[in-house]
Design a protein around this ligand. Structure first.
Ligand code: NDP
Length: 243
């Protein structure tokens, strides 16, 4: 296997598990992070120690110029990009009436704009090769909506519409586009939840536990695999049955 995967937000949390799953499957890995250089370099280093060709790239996915530059750098370094995993995301828990336009612009800019920027930069080379896989990270809140997470929910609903439309447009070019809608996954994103809230959430999950980053990574790898070659435009829930 000589294929290359790009994983945004690949330095920690779900994205880190995604890089590990793809590395174990023989992919070469380019991971993108926003600011925490030490953590990103550590993730890339641990992949290299296991024999994977892996490089970490600093890039704010909400910045189209940075995305274009880094995508070109990755393409030059690895030769081509076969799989794009748009996983980078930010969350915010706030009453709607406490939010302002800066919150809207920042969250939409990263969660929805980041996916647009990455696809805009990388899709042309996939079209030229008539081959490629794109997997976007939505959320169950993008389907059901969450109180005190209006902007986040809107951004994740946008990911679903984007995925379905792009899948239709890119199907004739041999490219599949799908998204994952995780439920509650045990990462730093949920670190602020107190014990009571964790228990309440767990009680709502039929499988009676938070998901792990590995649970999500397995689904991402499946959507990039040959077994998923006839699946496109879909939203795969990885949520322990909560929705
Ligand atoms: P984490 O907060 O643990 O990790 C976020 C990752 O995204 C980090 O690598 C971070 O880089 C990177 N990142 C954040 N902003 C940017 C940016 N502007 N440009 C580039 N990279 C960025 O998140 P999770 O692993 O929990 O979540 C991953 C994805 O899954 C997100 O899209 C999230 O919305 C989604 N999701 C998560 C759920 C959960 O319960 N955890 C549930 C449903 C969906 P750095 O380390 O440098 O900050």
């Amino acid at each position: 296997m000589n294929d290359t995967v790009v994983v945004t937000g690949g330095s920690r949390g779900i994205g880190k598990s995604v890089t590990e799953a793809f590395a174990a499957a023989g992919y070469r890995v380019a991971l993108i992070y926003a600011s925490r250089r030490k953590e990103a370099e550590k993730t890339a280093e641990s992949l290299r120690e296991r024999g994977t060709d892996a490089v970490a790239y600093l890039c704010d996915v909400s910045d189209a110029g940075q995305v274009r530059r880094v995508s070109d750098e990755i393409t030059q370094r690895f030769g081509r990009i076969d799989v794009l995993v748009n996983n980078a995301g930010i969350a915010q828990i706030k009453l709607f009436t406490d939010t302002d336009e800066n919150d809207w612009n920042r969250i939409m800019g990263v969660n929805a704009g980041g996916i647009y920027n990455m696809c805009r930069a990388i899709v042309p080379q996939m079209i030229s090769r008539k081959n490629g896989r794109i997997i976007n990270m939505s959320s169950m809140w993008g389907i059901s909506g969450a109180s005190c997470e209006v902007i986040y929910s809107a951004s994740k609903a946008a990911v679903i519409g984007f995925t379905k439309a792009l899948a239709k447009e890119l199907g004739p070019s041999g490219i599949t586009v799908n998204c994952i809608a995780p439920g509650v996954i045990d990462t730093e994103m949920n670190a602020e939840l107190d014990d009571e809230t964790r228990k309440e959430l767990t009680d709502e999950i039929p499988l009676e536990r938070f998901g792990s980053p590995e649970d999500v990574a397995g689904a991402v790898l499946f959507l990039a695999s040959d077994q998923a070659s006839y699946i496109t435009g879909q939203v795969l829930g990885v949520d322990g049955g909560i929705l």
